[in-house]
Design a protein around this ligand. Structure first.
Ligand SMILES: *Cc1c(COP(=O)(O)O)cnc(C)c1O
Length: 398
């Protein structure tokens, strides 16, 4: 293979979506609450709940909207503190701020998972909720997190935006906390351009979230959820109007059947490339935690023995010269996953462990559709780039 693979294009949307979209376009029935029943959004909610083995699902405009509604559904007092990992996407602390709460950042280790010592220290009685981002699909130790939170009676929300298909002790990620939230934005395992969904087994939480998502007047009657909770909350909650459109649901539903294949192929691709990269003394792909079965569509690895940021930048340039773009989370300007760029939070804490990780953690997309020759191309380029920098006489400073 002589030219670099395209890792950015998504898979085509299954052909079944076209007929349904045509039907919606000819009838103009795009709003989820127009039809008396069986709207595509309602069908998606039922299918998604069944797929994950949960009682209730609510489809909304984005995962960020789902996270915001989850916090609102918990009815936390204004200003409540919410623990989040310091390695996540800027939309996550933003959702916390949007919900009138205050994010408290927890250190993340060089395996991209929450540091449990810092978590236990910061999980004080004044914490209103824990919001765990399984960043890039890496699952933090849910056994420890759930038992520490349970001991204090603190609810856990899972940001499983990028974790659809991941399992923990055989259970679906996103179903272990009180609420789980997923994304259908284009870079996630199911692509609708935009979209999100929240899942829970708690009738009270789902009733509150459904109303606040914009089920105004008696539109909640179109949700197959315990109806007496709705009557209780009618007119008592704000309507934030962040619903999903029927068009998005029509794009998502035929992809649910593709999920198992994407998870299987994505994991095989990831593990193959991880094996090659781990053969280099300069690169390290952290192991999954033992209870975790991953569902990756990208690979993250650490640069080892790179003493300076200049060396890390030289590695990026050498990979780029071979046709492969490697993002080092902490080295690009204004990266939305680097906590020091979340200036909207005001004074930012010093989190040396997370900062050190971000300065050496690399990110390469690895979509499920890649062939073995394409995977070899990527791995060879990354390994050769690391050797070019690290085997050469030190010309990059110390
Ligand atoms: C993509 C992502 C989000 C945001 O999802 P949207 O649907 O774009 O709002 C939140 N958290 C994580 C971990 C993500 O990967």
């Amino acid at each position: 293979m002589s030219s670099a693979p395209n890792v950015y294009d998504a898979e085509p949307i299954p052909a079944a979506a076209r007929a349904e979209i045509d039907r919606l376009l000819s009838s103009g029935d795009l709003f989820r609450y127009t039809a008396p029943d069986n709207a595509p959004v309602t069908l998606l909610e039922q299918e998604f709940a069944d797929l994950l083995g949960v009682k209730y699902a609510l489809a909304v405009a984005s995962c960020s909207a789902a996270l915001f509604l989850s916090l609102k559904a918990l009815a936390l007092p204004r200003g409540s503190k919410v623990l989040i990992p310091a390695f996540t996407f800027a939309a996550v602390p933003s959702a916390v701020v949007h919900a009138d709460c205050q994010p408290v950042l927890v250190e993340v280790g060089d395996n991209y998972r929450i540091d449990l010592v810092d978590f236990a220290t910061k999980l004080t009685d004044d914490i209103g909720a824990v919001l765990i981002s399984h960043m890039r699909g890496h699952t933090s130790d849910m056994d420890a997190i759930l038992s520490l939170a349970k001991a204090r009676g603190i609810p856990v929300i899972e940001d499983a935006a990028h974790s659809l298909g991941t399992r923990w002790h055989g259970r679906n990620i996103g179903t272990m906390g009180m609420i789980g939230c997923f994304s259908f934005q284009s870079y996630k395992l199911i692509n609708a351009g935009e979209g999100g969904i929240m899942v829970t087994d708690d009738p009270e939480l789902i009733a509150r979230a459904v109303i606040m998502s914009g089920a105004y007047e008696h539109n909640w009657k179109k949700h197959p959820v315990l109806q007496d909770r709705f009557a209780h909350w009618q007119n008592k909650l704000p309507l934030y109007n962040t619903r999903m459109s029927n068009l998005a649901a029509a794009v998502i539903r035929p992809q649910l059947g593709e999920l198992a294949r994407r998870v299987h192929d994505g994991r095989a691709n990831h593990d193959y490339v991880a094996g090659l990269l781990n053969g280099s003394p300069w690169l390290q792909v952290p192991d999954a935690l033992p209870p975790e079965e991953r569902a990756p569509d990208s690979i993250q690895f650490n640069l080892r023995g790179f003493g300076s940021n200049d060396q890390a930048r030289a590695f990026q340039a050498a990979a780029k010269a071979r046709g492969i773009s490697v993002q080092v989370f902490g080295l690009s300007d204004d990266n939305a996953r680097a906590f020091w760029n979340w200036q909207f939070l005001g004074d930012l804490p010093d989190l040396p462990q997370t900062r050190a990780m971000l300065m050496r953690a690399c990110d390469v997309r690895l979509p499920a559709r890649l062939t073995q020759a394409e995977l070899d191309f990527i791995a060879d380029a990354v390994i050769a780039a690391a050797h070019e920098v690290m085997d050469a006489p030190r010309a990059y400073g110390t």
